[in-house]
Design a protein around this ligand. Sequence first.
Ligand code: 2P0
Length: 329
Amino acid sequence: MSTTQRIGRARARANIALAKYWGKADVERNLPAVPSISMTLDPLTTETSVEPRADLLRDELILNGTPAAAVEVARATQLLDRVRAEAGVHWRARIESQNHFPTASGLASSASGFAALAAAARCAAGLPFDAAATSALARRSSASAARSVYGGYVELPAGLPGDDALAALPLAPVEHWGLCIVVAVTAEGRKAVGSTDGMTHTKLTSPYYDAWVEAAPALAAEVRAGILARDLGQVGRAMEQSTLAMHACALAAAPGLIYFQPATLAAFARVRALRSERRAEVYATMDAGPHVKALCHAADATAVSQALSEVPGVLRTILAGPGPGVELV
Ligand code: 2P0
């Protein structure tokens, strides 16, 4: 291997969906059945390097300093195979990926992880930076990762079966609106049912799946319009409805998927109480896990964090503003 072989390095951030993705239009190509809209989070970063190596027979993946499980290596290899095919290269790589998340934040790292890996792998293969191609590549591995390629407020449209170029689109930059998300962490450890399995199970068994897929575009349109108008009430009401409709659909699967813990509902209730008591304009969302994410103006974030910290079962809170998209470093 020549000594000029480049190492690709990239940094990407986690994101939280304000309009939820749940369900696939095409499992093979990992195309979402509904549009989703997210905010990229500033402090929650993943840094990944891809080092092409002539001496390796297969790819290696070091996650947070430890060799990754075979299933995780296989997902990384699938992504690298697409990059190698496009660039016409045949090396194997040593991948190192480090999450700089607050300790045990309880937040998924697949979005920031695959966005960083996609950018780093394309760079290592000598492909020019191309945000749409990076987003489409990341989306194949984890649809929410397509959104982390862009900063600020981001939309991933629903996919039509077979549309392998589907990528996220930037909706508004970081400077557009300084909202804050307060994450109320309610449990340690990994969730019981992963998102991919949860979506498949829901589609196969929930009588509400078709209703969710039908309702989701209008909710995403409300979130989009609210972001563009900087109207927190419009975004927040649609976000809560999107959250609860997604969970209602999953709860009605057989057997039902319950991502809530008692503290989840207690924190959700506290958010609504803060609103009804006019102490803060704040709205809540939950993903495929027990944590509650509260969306508010930056000026209210400290008060919201304090109120959520007092809820029994809330272990800690993390404050996050909008952050930039993927960066080559
Ligand atoms: C979201 N979630 O929009 C939704 C809300 C979870 C609940 O995107 O199967 O890990 O890898 O494409 O990206 C989690 O889904 O799923 C997710 P795959 P991913 O943020």
